[in-house]
Design a protein around this ligand. Structure first.
Ligand code: PLP
Length: 458
């Protein structure tokens, strides 16, 4: 877009002009839903898009505008939107009934796929979400070890239940967030991500640690990265102390590689939590892992061991429509180069966006691994070369900083150019993102930078 076109407009005014249908729905929604939304990440100033359809790498808003989609269903859509084989499988299941209140053949096939693909999975229990999966993983760990505390790493997200609330975007001192009991927050030890010394000291001094949970590529799919070396240390230290190691692969599972981050790095945790891709883009999750730990859910095994069984109902656990969609998606991921395609798309995108920054002399950087890209807007104006940022050289607090005005405006400017990102201007690629979408996005980023400059945002 030329400077002449830009001269009388702002990002905000153009966004409002392009999305009147979303504006009207947002206004209506605010009368009905707190902040007009159903997920905190969909909160955006002045309002977020309302979407009506998705296909492949694209989605369309209610005004008919098309976007290259990097939100990817919060990470659930490694295969892009509405992959025909997945849709057909879900439609078939839907037509056969959505809820039998009974066991069904698809859950067995689904469990087989998970146990075949995920190295740590000897047994699997399906849940309805990732939040439920991490909750169960903690309970299994406590029951198995007889200990009470959990170690988490600051800035990592594991769902929204009470154990996971402090230390994600605030309350880094471990104090309870509003509505959470102090006793529950007090049972969680928060450590800095990647700090092996802090980890060792904690394990040496506290015999009451039941489990450590980690996002294996770092917080928000590598926005605050940790190294595979740190994972190796974790593996060794947890084994030494009899602590359960949980990889939260809700995002990385079936994305980083068909066997997730654990297969890519060759490090096998004791338990793994899954959601998003595991259900092929429909609601669903799972906790899987070592048989002796998972036996805490088994009627016969707990009776034989004279242990109390962990209770676990859940109306929509292993829902047959989610199971069908999950089986179809996992089969494609297992038998094609889907993960590699998504990884390559992100690598090309990161390179293209960094070229834009270098050409325009903007001291930001785009970084990431696998199918992610993260935009570092360098608020303290550090001396850096786009394309050459080592995020591990920066403190985790800098990388995990909340989205601010400039990233919000970047997202709007991207939207004006037919691209949807997360609130920090980054996102995830899918196997459906090809050269045309990457080229379009790099051009969109270039225009977005011009617009940000024109509006005085940078
Ligand atoms: N763990 C991680 C790493 C996640 O990214 C998320 C969700 O984004 C969750 C757990 C929670 O999953 P869900 O939203 O299905 O409850």
């Amino acid at each position: 877009m030329s400077e002449t076109t830009l001269s009388n407009s702002t990002i905000l005014a153009d966004y409002k002009a392009k999305t009147p249908g979303s504006a009207a729905l947002a206004e209506e929604a605010r009368q009905l839903l707190p902040s007009g939304i159903a997920h905190d990440a969909r909160h955006l100033d002045p309002y977020a898009l309302y979407c009506a359809r998705g296909e492949g790498p694209y989605k369309w808003d209610v005004d008919g505008n098309r976007y290259v989609d990097y939100y990817g269903g919060h990470g659930a859509l490694l295969l892009g939107h509405s992959r025909p084989e997945v849709v057909a499988a879900a439609e078939q299941a839907l037509s056969e009934g959505t809820q039998y209140g009974a066991n069904h053949p698809r859950e067995v096939a689904w469990a087989k796929a998970v146990c075949r693909m995920v190295p740590s999975a000897e047994r699997v229990r399906f849940t309805s979400s990732g939040t439920e999966a991490t909750l169960m993983a903690l309970r299994l760990s406590r029951a198995f070890t007889g200990r009470s505390k959990i170690i988490r790493f600051k800035s990592m997200f594991h769902g929204w239940h009470d154990h996971m609330a402090s230390g994600v975007s605030d309350h880094f001192d471990g104090s309870p967030t509003t509505g959470v009991l102090a006793g529950i927050a007090g049972g969680v030890v928060l450590l800095p991500p990647g700090d092996a010394d802090a980890l060792k000291a904690c394990l040496d001094n506290d015999p009451d640690i039941a489990a450590i949970i980690i996002e294996p590529t770092g917080a928000s799919f590598g926005q605050v990265p940790v190294t595979p070396e740190f994972l190796s240390i974790l593996r060794a230290e947890t084994a030494r102390h009899g602590v359960v190691l949980i990889f939260d692969e809700v995002v990385t599972g079936f994305r980083v590689s068909p066997g997730g981050a654990q297969a890519a790095f060759g490090i096998t945790p004791d338990l793994t939590t899954l959601a998003k891709i595991v259900a092929g883009g429909l609601p669903g999750g799972a906790v899987c892992g070592r048989r002796d730990i998972m036996d805490g859910l088994d009627f016969a095994a707990t009776a034989a061991a004279k242990r109390e069984k962990i209770g676990h109902p859940g109306t929509f656990n292993a829902n047959p429509v989610s199971a069908a969609s999950g089986i179809a998606a996992l089969e494609i991921i297992e038998t094609t180069d889907a993960c590699d395609r998504a990884n390559k798309a992100a690598a090309d995108l990161r390179a293209g966006m960094n070229d834009v920054l270098a050409k325009k002399g903007v001291p930001w950087a785009v970084y990431g691994t696998f199918s992610s890209f993260h935009v570092f807007t360098n608020p303290e104006n550090l001396d850096l070369t786009p394309g050459n940022l080592d995020p591990l050289s920066l403190p985790w607090e800098r990388l995990s900083a909340k989205s601010g005005r400039v990233t919000g405006r970047l997202r709007l400017a991207f939207a004006l150019n037919g691209v949807d990102t997360n609130n920090k201007g980054g996102g995830l690629t899918s196997a459906a993102h090809g050269a045309a979408e990457i080229e379009h996005t790099v051009a969109a980023f270039s225009d977005a930078i011009d617009r940000l400059r024109h509006d005085g945002e940078i």
